[in-house]
Design a protein around this ligand. Sequence first.
Ligand code: CP3
Length: 345
Amino acid sequence: MSERPTKPILRVLEGEPVWPLPIWIMRQAGRYLPEYRETRSQAGSFLDLCYTPRLAEEVTLQPIRRFGFDAAILFSDILVIPHALGQDVRFVENEGPKLDPISNAADLSRLADELPLSRLDPVFETLDRLSKSLPRETTLLGFCGAPWTVASYMIAGKGTPDQAPARLTAYRDPAFMDRLIDILVRASTDYLIRQIDAGAEAVQLFESFGAALPPALFDRLSLDPIRRIVTGLKEARPNARVIVFVRGGGAHLHRFAAAGVGDALALDWTLDPALVLPDLPGDVATQGNLDPLALIAGGDALHRGIDHILHAVRGRPHIFNLGHGILPETPTDHVAELIARVRGA
Ligand SMILES: Cc1c2[nH]c(c1CCC(=O)O)Cc1[nH]c(c(CCC(=O)O)c1C)Cc1[nH]c(c(CCC(=O)O)c1C)Cc1[nH]c(c(C)c1CCC(=O)O)C2
């Protein structure tokens, strides 16, 4: 008989309403924290930071020490998968990620067809260390990017408005696109299984660019690949819990729920939980969805935003979070205020 979890986030992921709501924040380790900037300056490149377990553990723990969030999220990046597959990935200061773009079958043949897991050993070591160093009540989250979001970086070689290069490729060369997505589905599944074995208790899939997909491409490039990853992970590791974040996926939320894809669905900040939740099955957990700019603004905007969510999700299994990642300009005292208000509700 498996024991019922006691950590608040894991209880919510079992479909149990927990109050006060457990809380963590997407991208909670990062440049808005002075202690992150300090550690970051000690590492060479951003990837060195991701691949040095002692430092990656340290930056993962920083927001836990300062704020006592209910979850710690592994410090890494969604682009370690293309990097491990053999694509050149660099993080250029103030410009974001840069990759050598791939555009056809020949480019793809130069990358690994299966993820060489040992290249990511430092990531698994970071998880192993964290599973020993975290406070007892804190849930350890692993993550990866969803295939479409990662593919859009691999094809364009950088972030692009509306992911036009990858979308055009999906129309012009569907065979190449499907092949790339298939590689990423298998790589992501293997990667997440290994993260669970290294100590992650739940994982989040980040589909940051769901909004760009037209209906004719959405199922093929987003819903179906995510479903395959979640199914493969759960077949291999039935206790793994999964949070699915599809930014811009509001119109498809009920279909993710109906297909049983994810123990929790994360809402972006454009969705009104008061309108969306009544149409979701009561046992599907949700997560979100304060506007990251309301957290920067603080004051009334912040308090009204928090209260609206608290009111809308009362009695449901919900994890408080932002509707997308925290931004570098966010004042840390606003984060402390947010937590106090959610915990004091
Ligand atoms: C699209 C995406 C990426 N990375 C990620 C996504 C999906 C989530 C989202 O939509 O925000 C996910 C990610 N990136 C990072 C984390 C781990 C830590 C955490 O969430 O606390 C996670 C979960 C660290 C990071 N990843 C990156 C940083 C900043 C780099 C630095 O410190 O110099 C951090 C802390 C770099 C990165 N990595 C990426 C971009 C676009 C950038 C540059 C923009 C930026 O600087 O925020 C790709």
